[in-house]
Design a protein around this ligand. Structure first.
Ligand SMILES: Cc1cc2nc3c(=O)[nH]c(=O)nc-3n(C[C@H](O)[C@H](O)[C@H](O)COP(=O)(O)OP(=O)(O)OC[C@H]3O[C@@H](n4cnc5c(N)ncnc54)[C@H](O)[C@@H]3O)c2cc1C
Length: 391
């Protein structure tokens, strides 16, 4: 059986970034992705300065920034249009030397696939498990019984990771208590000022509006999301995503309703929000985890993918510097576990007051948002997005 060097299971953002970083570190890499083909995923992704710093290290920051739109200020509103607070992020980004960028996921994926070149990613390969061999290598098995050998195995296979399932069979993800609807739509004229993101708080729900760069024929592409409490596993009836969203935001400030109305039903996604409690371990022997498989988190700091990208850079740096692969993997885990646990905890805290429904609790939340000086929010943001993950 041919040996493939480092085997990565999962061709999501984490797996693709890890493959690029590991190849740049001089390692042989093969990525195995269960999807049969790349499907365009119609949703935006915020890439904070920590992720953009990683892309700069990979030589991709210009291309990634060019694929999306800069996000320089957040304006928080009550559902009826009252401005609760403004968070200017320009100065922080200037100080950190990196912008915050919102991109369409599928376009980011194309940038990464181009950087990787042909022959690295194998589609239609769903991993079912692995065996650690006596000589220290690892044998990975796929649906259909095919096997490959590698020196080490990175489980970058997302929330329901097969690699994690074998390492930690008792771990279950937790439901965050809310679901998300995400839409992408082209609009003819500016609906919110360029560089600005709107966050709009209503009873039990949060609506976001972001720029996503240029759309087709001179239009502007916008990304919106709605997060609101819902029972786990809920589904919208066929063809009714838009109606379900509209029922929750009727009467909210413009352009909320008009953006949702203008979005094609096929361009709306519904996804439950899950997270993992910090895991007791991320790996053993030549096996480790990366991205959501290790630390899926709620979306309230928009850091899940950013943390996966950080993981990729740290893992590649350690595998380049440390000839003992197993030791490099354990050092990677010891660096990444506390960092990702903290960001995950901050994300849970950030979400704690956002989805309150009770009018008194909402009134108190809105007062807090109005009273909180931007410098306090920026200090906390800086501790997350300005963290030196390569130190
Ligand atoms: C509503 C929402 C909004 C979000 N917004 C942001 C944001 O703005 N910014 C941000 O940083 N993060 C955000 N996130 C989080 C982000 O999407 C995830 O953290 C990120 O996609 C994780 O990347 P990953 O590569 O680890 O996992 P995934 O993207 O889940 O990729 C895993 C890959 O593994 C493949 N796979 C799974 N099982 C197998 C198997 N057995 N064999 C082979 N392949 C397999 C899957 O097909 C998939 O391609 C958001 C998440 C949600 C739900």
């Amino acid at each position: 059986m041919q040996s493939r060097g480092v085997i990565i299971i999962g061709g999501g953002l984490g797996g693709l970034c890890a493959a690029i970083a590991l190849r740049q570190a001089g390692l042989e890499v093969a990525v195995y992705e269960r999807a049969e083909a790349w499907r365009p995923v119609g949703a935006g992704l915020s890439l904070w300065p920590n992720a953009m710093r990683a892309f700069e290290a990979l030589g991709l920051s210009r291309e990634v920034a060019g694929a999306g739109a800069a996000w320089r200020e957040t304006v928080m509103h009550r559902w009826d249009g009252k401005v609760l607070s403004r968070l200017p992020m320009d100065e922080l980004c200037r100080e950190l030397g990196q912008p915050t960028v919102v991109v369409l996921r599928s376009e980011l994926q194309q940038v990464l696939l181009r950087a990787l070149g042909p022959g690295v990613v194998h589609l239609g390969a769903a991993c079912t498990g692995f065996d650690v061999e006596d000589g220290g290598g690892v044998r990975v098995t796929f649906v259909g019984g095919q096997q490959v050998r590698g020196d080490c195995l990175i489980g970058a296979d997302g929330l329901r990771s097969a690699v994690r399932q074998q390492l930690l069979p008792d771990v279950r993800s937790r439901y965050g208590g809310r679901t998300s609807w995400r839409g992408v739509v082209n609009v003819a004229s500016e609906v919110i000022p360029e560089g600005t993101q709107f966050e709009i708080y209503g009873p039990g729900a949060r609506f976001g509006i972001c720029h996503l760069g240029r759309g087709s024929e001179g239009t502007r592409r916008m990304y919106w999301f709605l997060l609101s409490p819902a029972p786990e596993g809920g589904r919208d009836a066929e063809g009714s995503h838009r109606e379900v969203v509209l029922n929750q935001v009727r009467g909210w400030m413009e352009p909320v309703e008009s953006l949702v109305r203008a979005t094609l039903e096929a361009d709306i996604l519904r996804t439950d929000i899950h997270y993992l409690e910090p895991l007791p371990k991320w790996g053993e022997g030549p096996v480790t985890l990366l991205g959501d498989s290790a630390h899926a988190m709620v979306t309230d700091m928009a850091q899940g993918a950013c943390q996966a990208i950080e993981d990729a850079l740290v893992l590649a740096k350690l595998l380049r510097e440390e000839p003992d692969r197993v030791r490099a993997l354990r050092t990677y885990e010891s660096k990444r576990r506390p960092r990702t646990a903290r960001v995950s905890e901050l994300s849970l805290k950030a979400g704690a007051i956002r989805y309150v429904r009770n009018p008194v609790a909402r009134w108190a939340r809105d007062l807090l948002l109005q009273a909180l000086p931007p410098s306090v929010a920026l200090r906390q943001l800086r501790s997350v997005v300005g963290y030196d993950f390569l130190a």
